[in-house]
Design a protein around this ligand. Structure first.
Ligand code: ADP
Ligand code: ZN
Length: 819
């Protein structure tokens, strides 16, 4: 028994810089480890789950400190490498490590006073399953349906409430959630497969000989039913097994109890998961060359960029690399930019790797995310492949061999709000460095950042310029909307050319994708008499009309008002719709092509857990003829029957006020175009623009990434913009416009004195008020060398500024490497 307390630095999920010192009482000293979750009191009567970052025997001097209340779990929640990655992220992205913790760890693993607890209704605990504290909490939960931990503490008067709740959760009688909507029961189906012990037909026969006749028959039937892949992890739904196999639940259970049959759960909405493992496709000659080249470059470089045109089969190359990595006994992290994409990729991966694939993203319930986290950290069978979106970069990783970043140019790898404003693509390189693993970045339209890194020799570069098989790149036709409008050939926002192409495709039972970079019905309502446009009460933006709900909605803060026909200004009934969003295009198209099945893919139609997946599957299985969408339709989806892709308005992408507008327009248009014409069919892309001579439009038509790169890089170099340097956007926010403007000037003066940086501004952003706060920006240019040092200086300047009495209520956001 130790004879004195020790001290710990604890990471707490609050937006305050640094860690916090707590005492570890004598009774817990022997159990305490770095990485463990501990329950700590913080502020006024608040409880948090913190993480031990370090331990020391030296007591802090000069101030009284609190003790931790409990060690939540003897097994660490994070590994030393994760802790190191968090520290790196906090320093690089200039944010509190508490924010990194919050982004990294699912809420079920870090309950605090405000977390909601729900009872699991399907389970009724028997008297001996719960201790008296747990029973007391469970009783409150079943009575009140749900309660926050704070409420539970008040009612039960239990001091160690979080520990009690966690025990209830671990036993499966309660769950902790951020959102109340979350269903307590994950939508998963039971599946069964043969145990790994049954390695081949020989082993199966010998085992059957040792069983009862009924058990033996059942096992034989299941093996036969699974066919050739029975010994490679192929699964069948329990329900189907019981239907098709002449056996009873009792016999099945006895086989499960003997460990011959393994019970598992799989996502219900992935129909392919139970149809087994196929061999991996053989690569075509170009893919094989690319793979050989990747291997060669990996010998000397950690990161390789695979630049392969759409449909060239990058995914096939990933699959070969994954297979090799698994054979070498290492694990793979596969990053995707968008949740809606996961279904297609998961299907493809499961076909090749069966149940070796784990999926992790924010539309999975907290319970499911916690389960995967624990499984990867100390489960018996951690998934060798984890597929996930941005936040899966923070999963516990052991034995990592390869990180794949698919569609690496996508800006959804970057978290914009809240902090940490990290880019998972860039963290992938840091993560891989920790594990001595390799990184493969893949894209048909690489970010200038990655291509520049490759040209500088920091990354390898492999190019793939042939589409697979007979498929060729689509033909691109430009429609000059100015000209068509003059000739009265435009019908709303559709040119004659586009409409007749759609008509033609429909008549041949081919599919159509239409792209518009704006959701909602119509960008705004406008008064034809006085020109008045309704704006958000809290933000400096016009409201977007949403027809389905008959309301005007702010896309920045969600504020909405009922849509009215009378003008607030001149009080006449002269409000009319201006512009086109995806919802309006869908509406108008339904009138022009009443016989077609038309669907829409944007953030409004994909809010639910499986909304996006369902639409994509319906389109894939050709129950939908025309799919209208925002940039979601551009992202790496592979459809076989799309002959027409329409880009309705290239102009509003090109005129977006951002230095990356041209690069991004090229990426979007090239990616959307890439959805047309696969397999043996040639596709056609129609781009509507009033500016056909624009250099980007011409580069898209010529599919000339290199020309785009060269012209854009020339500008970036001339003006010293990323990727030649780094940017940090500093945003100041305050309720009072004068305070924020004065503050910006003051802060600008302070940061000007920091070495190694050049500040620009201060400027009033295009949208200068969001949620009632006025905004001012300062842009910091950092030369690439010595960034950590300059950031430290920058942080000191900001800290000094925030100490000034006049500005202590100003909020400051730093966005490092903004996109
Ligand atoms: P990318 O990701 O580069 O756009 P995909 O990997 O999605 O390309 O490949 C496009 C299509 O071609 C897919 O339907 C894929 O199954 C098929 N394909 C590509 N390479 C092969 C191959 N070597 N053997 C069989 N099919 C392939
Ligand atoms: Zn708003």
């Amino acid at each position: 028994m130790p004879n004195r307390a020790i001290f710990a630095q604890i990471i707490i999920p609050v937006p305050v810089p640094g860690t916090f010192t707590y005492e570890i009482p004598i009774s817990m000293v022997e159990r305490a480890r770095v990485g463990q979750s501990v329950i700590v009191p913080f502020g006024e009567k608040k409880l948090y789950t913190g993480i031990i970052a370090s331990l020391t025997e030296t007591p802090p001097e000069g101030f009284k400190i609190k003790s931790i209340l409990d060690i939540a779990d003897d097994r660490p929640t994070i590994t030393p490498k994760q802790l190191e990655l968090w520290q790196w992220t906090a320093a690089y992205y200039m944010c509190p490590i508490g924010d990194v913790y919050k982004a990294a760890v699912p809420v079920g693993l870090r309950p605090d006073s405000q977390s909601k607890v729900l009872p699991v209704r399907e389970k009724e605990p028997s008297a001996d399953q719960l201790g008296s504290d747990e029973s007391a909490v469970f009783a409150v939960l079943t009575r009140d349906e749900e309660a926050t931990i704070e409420q539970l503490a008040k009612i039960t008067k239990l001091k160690n409430i979080i520990a009690v709740v966690k025990r209830l959760v671990d036993k499966g009688f309660a769950l902790i959630t951020e959102e109340v909507r979350e269903s307590a029961k994950p939508r998963r189906t039971k599946v069964v497969r043969l145990s790994d012990r049954l390695a081949d037909a020989d082993m199966l026969n010998r085992t059957i000989a040792l069983l009862t006749v009924k058990q033996g028959q059942a096992l034989r039937w299941i093996a036969d039913f699974l066919g050739a892949d029975a010994f490679r992890g192929k699964t069948v739904q329990m329900k189907i097994a019981l239907e098709k196999v002449p056996t009873t639940p009792t016999v099945m259970k006895s086989l499960i109890d003997k460990g011959l049959i393994i019970e598992d759960t799989e996502d219900t909405l992935l129909p392919d998961t139970s149809c087994g493992i196929q061999g991996i496709n053989e690569l075509n000659q170009y893919q094989q060359q690319a793979l050989d080249e990747i291997h060669k470059q990996f010998e000397t470089l950690q990161t390789v960029l695979l630049h392969g045109i759409t449909g060239s089969g990058k995914t096939e190359i990933y699959i070969h690399l994954i297979d090799e990595t698994l054979r070498a006994g290492k694990r793979v992290l596969y990053l995707l930019p968008e949740i809606a994409l996961t279904t297609q990729i998961v299907q493809r991966l499961k076909r090749n790797f069966g149940n070796k694939v784990g999926v992790y993203h924010s539309k999975y319930s907290s319970t499911e995310r916690v389960a995967l986290w624990r499984n990867q950290l100390y489960g018996e069978h951690p998934y060798p492949i984890v597929l996930g979106v941005r936040s899966s970069i923070f999963l516990p990783m052991d034995n990592l061999g390869l990180v794949i970043v698919d569609e690496e140019h996508e800006n959804s790898y970057k978290q914009f709000d809240p902090a940490p404003r990290y880019n998972a693509r860039d963290l992938a390189v840091v993560l891989a460095m920790q594990h001595k693993a390799k990184v493969l970045l893949g894209s048909a339209t690489p970010s200038l950042e990655s291509y520049f890194n490759a040209k500088q020799g920091r990354y390898g570069l492999v190019e793939l310029t042939h589409r697979h098989g007979a498929a060729v790149l689509p033909e691109i036709e430009i429609v000059d909307t100015k000209l068509e409008r003059r000739k009265k050939l435009m019908k709303q926002c559709f040119s004659q050319t586009l409409l007749s192409s759609i008509d033609n495709a429909l008549s041949k039972d081919e599919q159509v994708i239409l792209f518009q970079n704006r959701r909602g019905y119509s960008p705004f309502l406008e008064c034809t008499e006085c020109g008045y446009v309704p704006k958000c009460k809290h933000c400096d933006v016009s409201l977007t009309y949403h027809k389905g709900i008959e309301r005007l909605v702010c896309h920045y803060c969600g504020y909405s008002v009922a849509a009215v026909t009378t003008c607030d200004h001149c009080h006449q009934s002269t409000m009319r719709l201006a512009g086109f969003g995806t919802e309006r295009i869908e509406d108008e198209l339904k009138q022009i092509f009443p016989q077609a099945n038309i669907a829409r893919l944007d953030t409004d139609t994909t809010r639910t857990k499986h909304g996006g997946e369902n639409i994509i599957r319906d389109f894939q299985e050709r129950r939908i003829n025309i799919l209208i969408g925002t940039q979601m339709v551009s992202k790496g989806l592979d459809f076989g029957h799309v002959s027409i892709v329409g880009i309705l308005n290239a102009d509003n992408m090109l005129s977006f006020p951002d230095f990356r507008a041209y690069e991004r327009s090229f990426q979007l248009m090239a990616q959307v175009s890439g959805r047309a014409g696969r397999k043996d069919k040639t596709g056609k892309v129609i781009i509507q623009t009033s500016n056909p001579e624009n250099s980007i439009i011409r580069q898209v038509v010529a599919n000339d990434y290199q020309a785009m790169y060269d012209t854009q890089m020339a500008e970036r170099t001339q003006f010293f913009y990323p990727p030649v340097c780094r940017f940090i956007y500093i945003t100041l926010k305050h309720r009072d416009r004068q305070t924020v403007e004065d503050g910006a000037r003051e802060l600008f003066g302070l940061v000007s004195k920091v070495g190694g940086i050049t500040p620009l501004g201060p400027t009033t952003p295009a949208i200068n008020r969001i949620q009632n706060l006025y905004l001012m920006n300062i842009t910091i240019k950092l030369s690439k060398a010595d960034t950590m040092q300059s950031k430290l200086g920058l942080q000191q300047a900001i800290d000094f500024f925030l100490q000034l009495p006049k500005y202590k209520n100003v909020m400051i956001m730093a966005n490092v490497d903004p996109m």
